[in-house]
Design a protein around this ligand. Structure first.
Ligand code: HEC
Length: 156
């Protein structure tokens, strides 16, 4: 089961899938907003945006966007299976403040350099040899990251 989800996770971040690539190429990349780490946290919302929890909930379970549930369990009913490579995120907001959750989602390697969790909002210029569709872009947009964070902040 673990291996299955790992493969699922890897596949979903491989830009080689033709349908996604086309969609990605058709959109213009948003301007990248720089962020700053203070005490294992990112205090300021990305680009000063306000997230919407309802949209975030959709993004975490969307295999072409966040696909977080390939590796994490969430308190969302009617999902057939979750991955368990990462810790369950039920109750995450009582374990971590929002500012620390933000760094986890944006670039968890700032905390654990060996992490297999993708950095969803790393500076595109730092990404080593990105796949075609991902050149100059982040895995999630700043708005999507803030939506995901707003959703995680409700998981107390
Ligand atoms: C490829 C697997 C994988 C994917 C996909 C993934 N994560 Fe993770 N995540 C992990 C692992 C493994 C950890 C444990 C810490 C580490 O290794 O960095 C983790 C840790 C976390 C933590 C900290 C949990 C804690 O209890 O401290 C948060 C929050 C988190 N992930 C959120 C997300 C969100 C939101 C998404 C989707 C946008 C996501 N993850 C996608 C593997 C993944």
């Amino acid at each position: 089961m673990k291996i299955f989800f790992l493969i699922l996770a890897i596949l979903s971040f491989s830009p080689a899938r033709a349908s996604d690539t086309q969609q990605v190429m058709d959109e213009q990349p948003d301007a990248y907003c720089h962020w700053q780490v203070t005490d294992y946290a990112i205090v300021e919302p990305l680009c000063g945006l306000v997230g919407k929890a309802q949209r975030g909930r959709e993004i975490v379970s969307d295999s072409s966007r966040g696909n977080c549930l390939a590796c994490h369990e969430f308190p969302i009913p009617d999902i057939e299976a979750y991955g368990n490579i990462g810790p369950p995120l039920t109750g995450i907001a009582s374990r971590l403040p929002t500012t620390m959750i933000r760094l986890r989602v944006v670039d968890t390697r700032k905390i654990n350099p060996m992490s297999i969790m993708p950095g969803f909002y790393r500076d595109p210029l730092l990404i080593n040899r990105p796949g075609k569709g991902y050149r100059g872009r982040t895995f999630l947009t700043a708005q999507q990251v803030e939506d995901v964070i707003a959703y995680l902040a409700t998981l107390k």
